[in-house]
Design a protein around this ligand. Structure first.
Ligand SMILES: [Zn+2]
Length: 262
């Protein structure tokens, strides 16, 4: 919608990325062309037409069938479409896990073990649960996998809240956050690009918590313990030596003062 000198011009040519029917959202490439798409606008409920003519060079999109005072851009439904994609695919690529075990020394220094790297992998789930309720928190998507589960949060406007993150880390459950906050409006019109951004977004998906990775890091820390003990004993010896030296200096100074006083 464009406001111009008090004259309201309604943009009837506004391109709409998603249509709504049968209780879900559709990409234009998944429905019949024209009014036969039988979709309505997710925002204003008005009928849509699919503009998906293969001879047309324009990107396929939906448009209101009739003149409509509506400014639906699809951005508000990015979260919902991402959930739908996860529901349909029931699989995804996990992000890479990387962490280095380390232990603190008594002088404030640190010793490091070998970096733990778990490469990305495609995983298949037995089911998909949307709006999963976990320990009083609403989780966007859950994938049951064997006797475990992978929780997923989709960030468009809001990222995971600190209390939820703390609970996930404390409960040591697997959770990924998918960052769609920077998604471009052109990606909403491209089913393949949008799907890739949800299922395999590279660095835009991160581990909030990875129990397998955590266990390996913990093991790595355990391996560092003898070294920590040894280093700390060297630090203690060094400290004692320094203290003795300091003590001798003090004693010498006292003696000197005593001699002067005599
Ligand atoms: Zn509309």
């Amino acid at each position: 919608m464009i406001e111009f000198s008090g004259l309201k011009l309604i943009n009837t040519f506004m391109k709409i990325p998603f249509g709504f029917k049968e209780n879900r959202l559709w990409f234009v490439t998944d429905v019949s062309n024209g009014a036969k798409c039988n979709c309505t606008c997710p925002k204003c409920d008005a009928p849509l037409q699919a503009k998906n003519n293969p001879n047309n060079i324009k990107i396929p999109h939906f448009a209101h069938l009739a003149h409509a005072d509506c400014s639906y851009s699809g951005m508000t439904d990015v979260h919902l479409m991402a959930q739908q994609i996860l529901l349909e695919h029931q699989s995804r690529r996990t992000p890479e896990f990387r962490d280095t075990p380390s232990l603190l020394l008594k002088d404030g220094g640190r010793i490091y073990g070998n970096e733990v790297i778990i490469p990305p992998a495609w995983i298949e789930a037995q089911a998909t649960v949307l709006e999963y309720s976990w320990k009083g928190f609403q989780i966007d998507v859950a994938f049951p996998i064997g006797d475990k589960q992978l929780l997923m949060e989709i960030a468009v406007t809001y990222f995971i809240e600190p209390e939820k993150r703390r609970a996930v880390v404390k409960g040591d459950v697997a959770m990924i956050e998918i960052d769609l906050s920077g998604i471009l409006s052109k990606d909403l019109f491209d089913k393949e690009a949008f799907t890739a951004k949800v299922l395999s977004p590279g660095e835009l998906a991160v581990w909030i918590n990875n129990p397998k990775g955590n266990a390996l890091v913990k093991k790595g820390r355990k391996l560092l313990e003898p070294q920590q003990l040894h280093q700390n004993s060297l630090i203690t010896k060094e400290e004692e030596k320094r203290a003795q030296k300091e003590q001798r200096k003090v004693e010498k100074e006292l003696e000197r003062k005593k001699r002067i006083a005599e």
